[in-house]
Design a protein. Structure first.
Length: 262
């Protein structure tokens, strides 16, 4: 895994827009969305997830799916249309959950076979014990340098490794991922990839690079597919050093799908 980019480059690449606290509009896949104040408009990294759920590359059909940090709700909507058995649409931000619910009922409707469960939740805290998830997606606010003091921007951009550590720890300690389940997780070298994937490995996950996008400006964005084998958890916990754990988690994967250009 590459180290984080220089701090000044990270900050320059993640300058927040001035319109976050206004009403805005967003269009994707022919769908139009009203974006309330404080709700983030999905960017290109979020669309990596949206498009792959739409294309069945991230398979949710007949599965229990958790859209973590759901924001405007696009991936939850696509999952409903793709026939997920249940969609947990989770976000710590109440206005984002409300926007997701509005968009879902408008585009998917109420007559399908998908159980739709929008919930204000700090990561997985709102899920009842015994929940088992087949597919989880997360595009976390993992930027490793502060780019603003606005709490809404911090929540969406630069909360850093405390959020990603808690995400994987909760999944592991609460045994939330089904035996054949998978986590699709987006992070770039504006984050501390070695720490993030090293921690995931320590709590028992195996990470493969599902997709790699080179933006040709120094930024490399990874879509990881992580799985969890209960038999390897004790071995992972005993791994010595984050760097060695990270290398073990990623070097056995066949060559990733590499895409260049914004």
């Amino acid at each position: 895994m590459p180290p984080p980019l220089p701090a000044e480059q990270i900050i320059a690449l993640n300058k927040p827009k001035a319109d976050l606290h206004t009403h805005r509009a967003y269009t994707w896949n022919g769908w139009e969305f009203d974006v309330p104040p404080g709700v983030f408009i999905p960017g290109a990294t979020s669309r990596m997830i949206h498009q792959r759920v739409l294309d069945d590359d991230i398979d949710v059909r007949g599965r229990v799916y958790a859209a973590m940090g759901v924001g405007l709700g696009v991936e939850a909507i696509v999952a409903g249309l793709r026939g997920a058995a249940r969609v947990h649409a989770l976000d710590v931000h109440p206005a984002s959950v409300a926007a997701t619910e509005t968009g879902y009922h408008r585009i998917v409707g109420n007559d399908g076979g998908t159980e739709f469960l929008p919930q204000v939740s700090d990561l997985f805290a709102g899920l009842p014990d015994g929940t088992r998830l087949d597919t989880v997606t997360f595009n976390p606010p993992a930027v490793s340098r502060p780019v603003s003091e606005d709490p809404d921007i911090v929540r969406n951009v630069c909360a850093g490794t405390p959020v990603t550590d808690a995400f994987f720890t909760q999944l592991a300690e609460r045994d939330l991922l089904a035996p054949d389940g998978a986590v699709y997780f987006v992070a770039s070298n504006t984050a501390d990839l070695r720490h993030i994937i090293g921690h995931a490995t320590t709590v028992g996950f195996t990470a493969n690079i599902h997709h790699l996008h080179d933006w040709n400006d120094g930024v490399l964005t990874y879509l990881f597919r992580l799985t969890r084998d209960p038999e390897t958890i004790s071995e992972a916990a005993a791994a010595s050093g984050t760097d060695s754990a990270t290398e073990a988690a990623t070097t056995s994967e066949p060559g990733p799908n590499v895409e260049a250009g914004r």
